[in-house]
Design a protein around this ligand. Structure first.
Ligand SMILES: Cc1ncc(COP(=O)(O)O)c(C=O)c1O
Length: 395
């Protein structure tokens, strides 16, 4: 057991996060270390971001080379890793063109802007409204918090950006309300991550996608948490047999180096032209080198198939855990994005796991423990996680 310290954040930092009393200074693979040398099994992966584990060698090697070349030059010049990453993303998705930015919220901002411009400039209508869903999470900027279907995220930020309408998630009857003459797009998570690890029902999604198609409404999938192999396919939309118009990415795309992106089909992508959107850092040589190395490694090494197999193993083991402990009400999720729905406060279990088992986990809402190992975890590490959880639930 490590000697646990209780670090306090400096008062010079705005208190936007309730931090765990832990200072992490090193990470490798599925493991992180605190400043006293204490070692923790990290089944958070930096909130679904370190999909190749911490400091993956293949990405590190490419970043080291790039550090000796060029760090930044702006989008006024051609940037080889940016172009290669765009080609790689297009080749491995439904899409035709990519826009790069720096975070998930910025990716959704880009998607929102693209949808409105598509309706207004390409189609020549005055449609501006985007439909999102209850419990969704799309980011913290003014537009993306307005897109987010959770009041607690919006509180205190009035006036909210206009042009968003929320429908209940997984509710077929409510789909009747999807289309108005103002609707230009739908923005949807196929597994709601922050909202409680809630997978979308297959039939509901089919019906929703059909309505979008019939009415010329863009189908935009927020793959910021579900993308890059997390749910057992490179993108979650593949499991729903969808042809989206736009997807948004961030988190796992850069292995922890900040990057965001949207991929769009030609129909939607034509709405952007020089000057219509941009970002100083978006697609910069360093972040796109991280993205390119990440995606190349994932594709070349068959990491997605491995993640699907490990996801099935994790799910089976979690169902075994549920059999043993009645306080576990449900196991839900896809691939390596799993939720343990508990009776009582999920944070209590997460605290016990950290303090007594040196196991890092997250919550998703008050009663869901969120389990997000790196895609490169192993059955042995999943067994270690399950053994630790048995002790947490038994205590
Ligand atoms: C589904 C989804 N969309 C958007 C975001 C926002 O991403 P970021 O924090 O990089 O802005 C998140 C972050 O958790 C997310 O899970």
């Amino acid at each position: 057991m490590s000697k646990q310290t209780v670090p306090m954040a400096t008062p010079m930092l705005m208190p936007t996060y309730n931090r765990f009393p832990l200072t992490l200074v090193k990470g490798k693979g599925s493991w992180v270390w605190d400043e006293t040398g204490g070692k923790y099994l990290d089944f958070t992966a930096g909130i679904a971001t370190c999909n190749l584990g911490h400091a993956p060698d293949q990405v590190k090697a490419k970043l080291e080379l790039q550090l000796d070349q060029l760090w930044h030059c702006s989008n006024l010049y051609h940037i080889p890793p940016q172009e290669e990453l765009a080609e790689m993303l297009v080749k491995n998705s439904f899409g035709d063109q990519v826009f790069f930015c720096n975070s998930g919220a910025e990716a959704n901002e880009a998607a929102i802007k693209l949808a409105r411009r598509y309706a207004q400039v390409v189609k020549g209508t005055n449609a501006c409204e985007i439909v999102t869903f209850s419990q969704s999470f799309h980011g913290r900027t003014l537009a993306t918090l307005a897109a987010t279907g959770q009041e607690k995220i919006q509180q205190g930020f009035a006036p909210l950006a206009e042009g968003f309408r929320y429908l209940p998630y997984n509710d077929k009857d409510a789909l009747e309300l999807l289309v108005t003459d103002k609707t230009c797009a739908v923005l949807l998570e196929l597994v709601q991550g922050e909202g409680g690890v809630i997978p979308a029902d297959y039939d509901w999604v089919q019906q929703l996608a059909a309505i979008c198609k019939q009415n010329g409404i863009l189908l935009m999938i927020d793959e910021i948490q579900t993308g890059i192999g997390r749910t057992g396919t490179l993108f979650a939309y593949e499991q729903y047999g969808l042809e989206p118009d736009v997807i948004s990415l961030a988190k796992g795309l850069g292995s922890g180096i900040p990057i965001g992106a949207i991929i769009a089909n030609q129909k939607a992508a034509q709405a952007f032209s020089p000057g219509s959107h941009g970002s100083t850092f978006g697609g910069n040589p360093f972040s796109t080198t991280a993205g390119l190395a990440t995606i190349t490694h994932i594709i070349e090494q068959g990491i997605v198939k491995q993640a699907a197999e490990l996801g099935a193993y994790l799910e089976e083991k979690l169902h075994g855990l549920k059999q043993q402990f009645p306080e576990i009400k449900e196991i839900r999720g896809k691939g390596l994005l799993q939720g343990i729905v508990v009776e009582g406060n999920a944070m209590d279990y997460v605290t016990k796991a950290r303090e007594r088992q040196q196991l890092l986990l997250l919550v998703a809402g008050p009663d869901v423990i969120r389990v997000l190992p790196p895609l490169t975890t192993s059955e042995a590490e999943i067994d270690q996680f399950i053994a630790a959880m048995e002790k947490v639930f038994a205590s």
